[in-house]
Write a protein that binds this ligand. Structure first.
Ligand code: SF4
Length: 221
């Protein structure tokens, strides 16, 4: 542990090596975070079975400090979106994300979560969870193997290692805004796009009324 935390450039006397570390606040925060990621225990489709495998003894993501999968978003800091993101499920996924405390991370596991996958053209499927949530790591595959998930989680740890408390959004002076929960009507509506949708609809209506106005008959000579 001390080797991971030590900052280069400081000399520690030989008799204290292994007992004393000189480090930065960033490094110790990041080390604590990356070594105790608690994923939320939920799955959406077939990819979830591979996620379950990654937790079992053969692959065992407990080795990375991730064994405590929490059934409550309030106690989780990682959302693994494992499966097809249907439009019906998306409002619930966003709500769960909003209920997670900061710092929080999102991993899009598999082709479906990353971009719609084999169901991309489906009327009921969202083309990737990143349309709504800030995804940190994408894992390709249909399904990705447990090893691929482990690789994605290690990539997330490397990303956390690069963070700084000066720039991460959860330490900024402005409170972090919740992601607006999409509305499921005849189709999925992003509340952030409502003004644009309204403007577009009004333009379309105006065009339609122009084209359907009765044409004046031309008087014969
Ligand atoms: S990416 Fe493939 S395995 Fe994963 S949920 Fe979609 S269809 Fe299933």
């Amino acid at each position: 542990m001390s080797e991971q935390l030590n900052n280069s450039g400081y000399e520690i006397p030989p008799e204290l090596q292994g007992q004393v570390s000189i480090t930065t606040l960033d490094k110790i925060y990041n080390w604590g975070r990356r070594s105790s990621i608690w994923p939320m225990m939920f799955g959406l489709a077939c990819c979830a079975i591979e996620m379950i495998c990654a937790a079992t003894s053969r692959y065992d993501f407990a080795r990375f400090g991730m064994e405590i999968m929490r059934p409550s978003p309030r106690q989780a800091d990682l959302m693994i979106v494992s499966g097809t993101v249907t439009k019906k499920m998306l409002p619930q996924i966003v709500r769960l994300y909003n209920q997670m405390p900061e710092p929080k991370y999102v991993v899009a596991m598999g082709a479906c979560a990353s971009g719609g996958g084999p169901f991309k053209e489906g009327y009921n499927v969202a083309s990737g969870v990143d349309e709504f949530l800030p995804v940190d790591v994408y894992i390709p595959g249909c399904p990705p193997t447990p090893q691929a998930l482990l690789n994605g989680l290690i990539a997330l740890q490397k990303k956390i290692d690069q963070e700084s408390i000066k720039s991460v959004r959860w330490y900024s002076k402005q409170p972090d805004q919740a992601v607006p929960v999409p509305l499921l009507g005849p189709d999925l509506i992003d509340p952030r796009q409502v003004a644009k949708i309204k403007e577009y609809t009004q333009q379309k209506l105006a065009q339609e009324t122009q084209t359907t106005e009765p044409v004046e008959p031309v008087a014969e000579a």
